[in-house]
Write a protein that binds this ligand. Structure first.
Ligand code: SAM
Length: 272
């Protein structure tokens, strides 16, 4: 039998070596450092410079090796393209200087994270890179809130959508059509536009009584989950701390949280 330390030592012996002049684009997960992958930890342990998003938690950054330069690069959401270009340019410049560059993003780098743009820029500049997947908030955050993303008999698909641009006539998704699919929607960056989105989902046929949840600071010690329904979700979001990263979940899967809680609370009454 191996100890935890033995298992980690063996696994860490198999992680890739970070070469100078390379960029690793890694996901840091939604907050809890325990959700980092071994490859992301290996990146933190070997990088000379880390360019990180605002949502990468301090407990994750604390794992960088001593002396690593930490550069805050990126607002929470909806970066203007000029800022995005300067981040890509910084990655290219750091790599050309021969450094081991870790680009660390919250969640998964390819889910609403503009990771695609960044590797395109690296590829165009001829910079070698590696992509390290991370746990996206829309999956890890639901699990941490005891909401199964899929549940037999409830849903056969999950829609991951961004609320960003929901009010723009050009960029807006067809929320009415999404409502008609009858599948749960997990909304990233939806807090500011939830009023419009909820109205349009109801116009598309979703019942106002459909369960909905707001998950703030998923997986962190500040995690806070509120269960309500589609008709009231905008009101609930309106009273929440707007600085906290927020996921909004709409659909029958949300009701599972209460069911599961009621069952485990019999064993662990302190959960009530
Ligand atoms: C720019 S997107 C980045 C998503 C990230 N790449 C991912 O895969 O999770 C930022 C949004 O992700 C969601 N998010 C990220 N971390 C979160 C967390 N710990 N709790 C709740 N929502 C989170 C929020 O909707 C936030 O506005």
């Amino acid at each position: 039998m191996m100890t935890v330390e033995d298992a980690l030592t063996r696994l860490m012996g198999e992680v890739p070596v970070f070469a100078g002049g390379h960029v690793w684009l890694a996901g840091a997960g939604p907050g809890d450092a325990g959700h980092l992958t071994l490859h992301a930890i290996a990146g933190l342990a070997q990088a000379e410079v880390v360019l990180h998003d605002a949502l990468v938690s301090d407990s994750v950054l604390a794992l960088a090796k001593p002396g690593t330069e930490l550069i805050h690069a990126g607002k929470r959401c909806g970066r203007p393209s000029s800022e995005q270009t300067s981040i890509s340019n910084e990655l290219i410049a750091q790599a050309r200087a021969g450094r081991r560059v870790l680009r660390l993003k919250g969640g998964d780098p390819f889910v609403f994270g503009r990771g695609g743009e960044e590797i395109l820029a690296l590829a165009e500049a001829g910079i070698p890179f590696r992509v390290i997947p991370g746990m996206t908030a829309g999956v890890a955050g639901l699990a941490a809130a005891l909401i199964p993303a899929t549940m037999r008999g409830i849903n056969q698909a999950v829609i991951f959508a961004t609320g960003h641009g929901a009010e723009s006539q050009h960029a807006s998704l067809n929320w009415e059509a999404m409502a008609s699919l009858g599948q749960p929607i997990v909304l990233y960056m939806g807090a500011r536009r939830i009023g419009t989105i909820a109205r349009r989902l109801m116009a598309g046929g979703m019942a106002s009584g459909l369960p909905a949840a707001l998950i703030l600071n998923a997986t962190t010690p500040e995690q806070h989950v509120t269960v309500t329904d589609l008709g009231h979700i905008a009101e609930v979001v309106g009273t929440a701390d707007e600085e906290s990263p927020a996921l909004i979940v709409i659909g029958g899967i949300v009701a599972m949280r209460r069911r599961i809680y009621d069952l485990i609370a019999q064993l662990q009454p302190e959960l009530r």
